[in-house]
Every structure is written in structure tokens, then in C-alpha cells.
Design a protein around this ligand. Structure first.
Ligand SMILES: C[S@@+](CC[C@H](N)C(=O)[O-])C[C@H]1O[C@@H](n2cnc3c(N)ncnc32)[C@H](O)[C@@H]1O
Length: 349
């Protein structure tokens, strides 16, 4: 059958298939540069290939392929070519990948390199067995109990969470109207990154960052670093053990619900509901999947990451969340886009 003459032919090429198919080449190049602290070394002044080679302990072979790949991916600037070249950070890599800056988000990339890369190698097995592929593979333990046994892994995980969520916490602190509220409790607050952003931008707010006992001193150190001890306290709380959360005008949960199965998700929502006053808000910050499950690739991939990392966890759409929240008794649910693929879904009591 002849096609109508005004149909625009879509060019059929293999480029998207190839780009995604070998996407781990690009990913691993960036992760390796972060692990070698290349962007931290480049923050003060541009360096030649020879200088970078010495500082990072590299061999000559592929030195310029490594550096120029990063140039072509948009992570480095370069003046000159090969032996004549000088490399420097781009605006983004200087702000977000220099370890000395508080805006450093490389923690999540370090964890992607040191843990997730290997575990994602078993995605096929995860899909066939429905089982996690990380430290809790075969032992059925809780991810957090297992990870937190090792102080290095605990610290790396805290830095990773902070890196992944920093942009969204900054956006939430700016965008949400805190003026009618006085108290906030962040459940599973990790290093207190959310409370720090909220308290810095809304000095009238009193915040509690609540997490497992082993996390408390890490949160306290961070709160002191920002000199926010008068506004934020760190609390030890196990949300499975405690029957009630501390009462607060606002309860927040960043990437908490996606760690757990539906039964535990609803238990957490119910405890949040009980801790809020009428008119109070539960703010959930996650990579909320679009309702049609077509657009937010990162949210969908995050859900696969929950397969690889947890026993029952999965990510969800705003409409999934609204259903659970209404079932528990929340009266209204709103969505607030934050940074990149992350949104807040806000349920009002
Ligand atoms: C995926 S991390 C999210 C951290 C932070 N809210 C964020 O958005 O980056 C999950 C957090 O839940 C905490 N957590 C896990 N089990 C918990 C429990 N039983 N009680 C309290 N916190 C818990 C972990 O220690 C960790 O900080």
C-alpha cells in the first residue's frame, strides 16, 4: 500500500541501540576518572597529559584516549592536542566532582564503581530469581545490617546518598512553602543532608534527622560542620521497632519507600500519618516514575537497582503513591518536580 505523501520518514539507524548497548564503556570511563580523583586534581589549574599521568599513576598507553574520551563526553576542557595539550574541568565537573567542595556528588559514583557495577553484572540472574545480587545475596539479611557492619561501606553509602539527593534537597528547600510550618522530622535521614538544606534556607524550622543508631554520629558530625546544632538534632530510631514517629508538622522520607515491599511501604505511610497534625504534610522525595511508565528512564532503572540491592523494594508512580496515601487517610496528594528525574510527592493530612 502506498504511504500518504506528507508522511515524514523516520530514519531507522542502529545508533541508539549501540549507544545504550555499550553505554557501560562511557559510564566506566567517568567512574574511573572519579575514583582516580582526576577532577579534584584539576581544580586548581589545567594540567598536561604528562602531569596527569604522574599524579594518577597511569601508563602512557591510552592516556590520551582516556582523557580525550572525557573531553568528547563533555567532562573535560582541552587546549592543544596530545603532548601539547592542557586539560581542565568543565563548570559542571569542577562544581560537582571536586572532592574538596561541599557540592561534591561523586559519592554516588564511587559507590556505583565500587559496588553497583559488579552487582549489575548479574542483572539477568536477578530477573530470573527475583533475588538481590549484592552483599545479601544468598543470606537473606537486611541490606543495611550487612552494609553497616563495615565502617568504610557505611561511610561510602552515606556519601552516596548525599550525592544522589543533594540537588533535589536544595530544590525542595527552595520550592516548598515552609512558612506555615515549624517542625520537620526526616525519617531515614542518613547524614542529615535534607534537614541541613531545609534549616539553612528556612531558619525558623526545627528539624529532626532520624535514622538507625549507627548513623547518628555521622549525622551529628555533618550538622556540626554546618553549625546547625540549634536547628537540627540527630535521633536514633528504627522505623520497624518504634511504634510511633516523633510528632512533627512535616514528615519527610527521601528514597525510603523504594527500599521496601508494599506491606512495609504502607506501614511507613501509616506511621507518618499518625505523627502529623491535621493539615500536616508527608513529603516523599524519590525518582517518581511517570504514570504511563514510559518517560522517567532513571526512575525505572532505579527500580531495577532496587531489585539488585534489596529483598522486596521497588520504585513507583505518583498515582501508585496517591492510591496508598488515600487508602491510609491522607486527603490530598500533590507532585513537585525537583532536580532531574527526582520529584516530591506530597500527601496532606
Ligand atoms: C536509601 S537511604 C536514603 C537516605 C536519605 N533519606 C536520602 O534520601 O538520601 C535509606 C536510609 O534509610 C535508613 N534506614 C534503613 N532501615 C532503617 C530503619 N529500620 N530505621 C530507620 N532508618 C532506616 C538507612 O540507614 C538509610 O539512611
Amino acid at each position: 500500500m502506498e504511504k500518504p505523501s506528507n508522511t515524514i520518514e523516520k530514519e531507522v539507524t542502529p545508533s541508539q541501540i549501540m549507544q545504550v548497548g555499550v553505554g557501560f564503556w562511557a559510564s566506566k570511563t567517568l567512574l574511573t576518572a572519579v575514583n582516580l580523583e582526576l577532577f579534584t586534581h584539576l581544580t586548581l589549574c589545567p594540567l598536561s597529559g604528562e602531569e596527569i599521568k604522574k599524579k594518577l599513576g597511569l601508563q602512557s598507553r591510552a592516556l590520551y584516549d582516556f582523557l580525550d574520551t572525557l573531553v568528547s563526553l563533555g567532562f573535560l576542557n582541552r587546549e592543544g592536542l596530545k603532548d601539547e595539550a592542557f586539560y581542565s574541568n568543565t563548570e559542571e565537573t569542577d562544581l560537582f566532582l571536586d572532592k574538596a567542595k561541599p557540592s561534591y556528588i561523586g559519592g554516588i559514583l564511587e559507590m556505583a564503581n565500587n559496588r553497583l557495577y559488579e552487582f549489575w553484572g548479574n542483572l539477568e540472574e536477578a530477573l530470573k530469581t527475583g533475588e538481590p545480587q549484592n552483599e545479601i545475596k544468598h543470606n537473606g539479611a537486611s541490606l543495611f545490617d550487612e552494609l553497616y557492619k563495615d565502617s568504610q561501606k557505611l561511610k561510602e553509602f552515606m556519601m552516596a546518598m548525599q550525592g544522589a539527593q543533594m540537588g533535589s534537597f536544595m530544590a525542595l528547600a527552595d520550592k516548598f512553602d515552609f512558612s506555615n510550618h515549624e517542625t520537620l522530622c526526616d525519617i531515614g535521614g542518613a547524614s542529615a543532608a535534607l534537614s541541613i538544606q531545609v534549616a539553612q534556607k528556612n531558619p525558623h524550622m526545627k528539624c529532626i534527622s532520624a535514622d538507625l543508631p549507627v548513623v547518628q554520629s555521622i549525622a551529628e558530625e555533618n550538622i556540626e560542620r554546618f553549625q546547625l546544632q540549634d536547628s537540627i538534632s540527630a535521633l536514633s530510631l528504627d522505623f520497624f521497632e518504634e511504634r510511633e514517629f516523633p510528632k512533627a508538622d512535616i514528615i519527610t522520607m527521601g528514597n525510603i519507600l523504594h527500599d521496601w515491599g508494599l506491606h512495609d511501604k504502607k506501614m511507613l505511610l501509616k506511621k507518618a500519618y499518625n505523627a502529623l497534625p491535621s493539615g500536616g504534610a508527608l513529603i516523599v522525595v524519590e525518582n517518581v516514575i511517570d504514570n504511563e511508565r514510559r518517560e522517567n528512564t532513571f526512575g525505572l532503572l532505579m527500580s531495577l537497582n532496587m531489585l539488585v540491592e534489596t529483598l522486596e523494594g521497588f520504585d513507583f508512580t505518583a498515582s501508585d503513591f496517591e492510591g496508598w496515601a488515600k487508602e491510609i487517610g491522607f486527603s490530598k496528594v500533590e507532585m513537585m518536580p525537583l532536580a532531574g528525574p527526582t520529584s516530591a510527592v506530597i500527601a496532606y493530612k
